[in-house]
Design a binder for this molecule. Structure first.
Ligand code: CP3
Length: 346
């Protein structure tokens, strides 16, 4: 496929709710640890070195393209690079996950955060250019960013959290300060996604992974409003926006008001039921429970077929998991699943 007809790729057609002969497939966290080839690279560098070296980021991005034959590539990076560029002292430790050594908890911490950070994120634009040369128009490249609420939760907690206690205390006791912080992250996110568009991505996904933690009213005020603002400020031409959160089986009708092209749904909902309540023209991505990929192959096959039978005849369906793939899922199960999906015809 040439650069010119990338718009005719299965993935972009489905993202714009046009008909396709089968659903395209890609997998959240596909550029990662379930592949032995990832570890060959990871053993030589830290995770942030991998993200910040365009050739290495491109090598990792290409692993699932070459080993699985998926229908879209996703930039190898992390949602927390925006927070790092704003001044977060970020590190990733094996088995611990991300840590910010200087959590953001008071007015002085919020005031210190930078909002003009494009220069610091130039390595991402460079990686996108290298990846597009390697893809050579074969399949689209998805760029991404973390949504303000989810990124804020890491800055406030200082890392991953089970209950988001400090983040929720901030939004409940000091809503003005929370809004200042969210507005700063939103500004950086708009610039960052526009930088990715200028560098040449073909689609964008906004990850609001932990929106699930919020009540309906808090989701509206502290998450949804910022996501709406971000989507409205993208110079997006023919670039579809995918809106993802855990909690989308509840929040999907609100997410639709932000006018994304695609909503990525967690595994709690029946996908067709969700699609039916959304306005026409919004495509849907999802929503196999990632744990199914641990199960026996006959279970994998049965569950994928069940999902397809449910979605048969629907335009605007992108196959994905309901959340990211786990690092210890057997590679051959993933390969088997992708092959099955690619055999399917509407
Ligand atoms: O999808 C892809 O393959 C592209 C790359 C990508 C990574 N992270 C690579 C990564 C993407 C899109 C992300 C997004 C991301 N990062 C999210 C949103 C998606 C989701 O799953 O909800 C979140 C919440 C993060 C934050 C983050 N990064 C955590 C919590 C961790 C460590 C914990 C864990 O999952 O094990 C990371 C590290 C990370 N990001 C790794 C990779 C490949 C592992 C790094 C390593 O090899 O040690």
């Amino acid at each position: 496929m040439s650069e010119n007809n990338i718009q005719n790729s299965l993935f972009l057609r489905a993202a714009f709710s046009k008909s396709t002969e089968r659903p395209p497939v890609w997998i959240m966290r596909q550029a990662g640890r379930f592949m032995p080839e990832y570890w060959e690279i990871k053993n030589k560098y830290t995770f942030l070195e991998m993200c910040k070296t365009p050739e290495i980021a491109a090598d990792v991005t290409m692993l699932p393209v070459n080993l699985l034959g998926i229908d879209a590539a996703i930039l190898f990076s992390d949602i927390l690079v925006t927070a790092e560029a704003m001044g977060g002292d970020l590190s990733f430790t094996q088995g611990v996950g991300p840590k910010f050594a200087n959590p953001v908890r008071n007015q002085a911490d919020v005031d210190k955060l930078l909002t003009e950070v494009d220069d610091k994120l130039q390595y991402v634009a460079d990686a996108i250019k290298v990846i597009q040369q390697r893809l050579n128009g074969s399949i689209p490249l998805i760029g991404f960013a973390g949504a303000p609420f989810t990124v804020m939760s890491y800055l406030v907690e200082g890392g991953s959290s089970k209950d988001f206690k400090l983040t929720k205390l901030l939004i409940h006791n000091h809503p003005d300060l929370a809004h200042q912080l969210l507005a700063k992250i939103a500004k950086v996110t708009v610039d960052y996604l526009n930088l990715q568009i200028n560098a040449g991505v073909n689609a964008l996904q906004l990850f609001d992974s932990w929106a699930l933690a919020l009540s309906w009213d808090d989701y509206k005020e502290f998450s949804h409003n910022y996501n709406t603002e971000i989507i409205s400020k993208l110079n997006r031409k023919d670039i579809p926006i995918i809106s993802f959160c855990k909690g989308s089986s509840v929040f999907a009708p609100l997410m639709a008001e932000s006018k994304p092209d695609v909503i990525s749904v967690d595994w709690n909902a029946d996908l067709l039921d969700i699609k039916k309540v959304l306005p026409a023209g919004i495509a849907i991505q999802g929503n196999l429970d990632p744990h199914i990929l641990y199960a026996d192959k006959k279970v994998i096959k049965e569950r994928i077929h069940r999902l397809f039978e449910r979605m048969r005849g629907e335009d605007g369906f992108i196959f994905n998991l309901g959340h990211g793939i786990m690092p210890d899922i057997p590679f051959d199960h993933v390969k088997y699943a992708v092959e099955l999906i690619k055999e399917f015809r509407y």
